[in-house]
Ligand binder design. Sequence first.
Ligand SMILES: [Fe+2]
Length: 271
Amino acid sequence: MLIAQLTDTHIRPSGTLAYGVVDTAALLERAVAHLQALTPRPEVVLVTGDLTDFDRPEEYARFRALTDALPMPLLPIPGNHDSTAGVAAAFPQIAARAQAGKLNYVVEDFPVRLVMLDSSVAGASHGELGAATLSWLDETLAAAADRPALIALHHPPFLTGIRHMDLQNLRDGDALEAVVARHSHVLAVVCGHVHRTIFTRFAGVPASIGPSPAHAVSLDLDPAAPPTFHLEPPALHLHRFAEGRLLTHVSFIGAYAGPHPFFGPDKTLLG
Ligand SMILES: [Fe+2]
């Protein structure tokens, strides 16, 4: 099973650039073309928040139009730039499955159960799951303890060392950690929010943050660093589940030189 993770696309209304610089729609278009060209094709795309930049209906409509060509299901959850109501209105079929008063849902159609959590807090940049979502997660994981599960949410439940982002991460990460630690069949926890590839261990399982197909939050570990971004190579994560193991590839979007063969026509390594 191949699971793509697209995150932090920050779509703006037509004719505007994010922060006056980033053409996020053009970058999403490239990400969609990249996903369509992959062989094998991912079976599903997790969209781990910040679909839009300002939670406007026209931004969701543009996101939907730009991703319409994708043949696989898209599983969105809200980020801090979106809202529960905004994502629900844009994806009514997802909203119909929402649990515990937020846009939490579980997808059972694949070898890995996909548990999508809504960590958004209305009007705030930080994230919080809250008691209802955490109980629902606990019950949902307990309901199929024999099946591997992947948990996705926007806000990372751990510190990254990028201070201005750490100040707006998941506030109840300890409570999430306690729930995840109770369920040994959780394969991984995947997040967005920081616009960079980051790996760690959380509740005894691998945890990661996915890169954005648009701008990257600057890798600046100086606690006094101002919040800035760089236009690094756009990318997305491909989570591959095979023979009981989940692993993550970083898939860079764009035209890079290659493929160059290692071997010549006579099957010897090229000198
Ligand atoms: Fe973001």
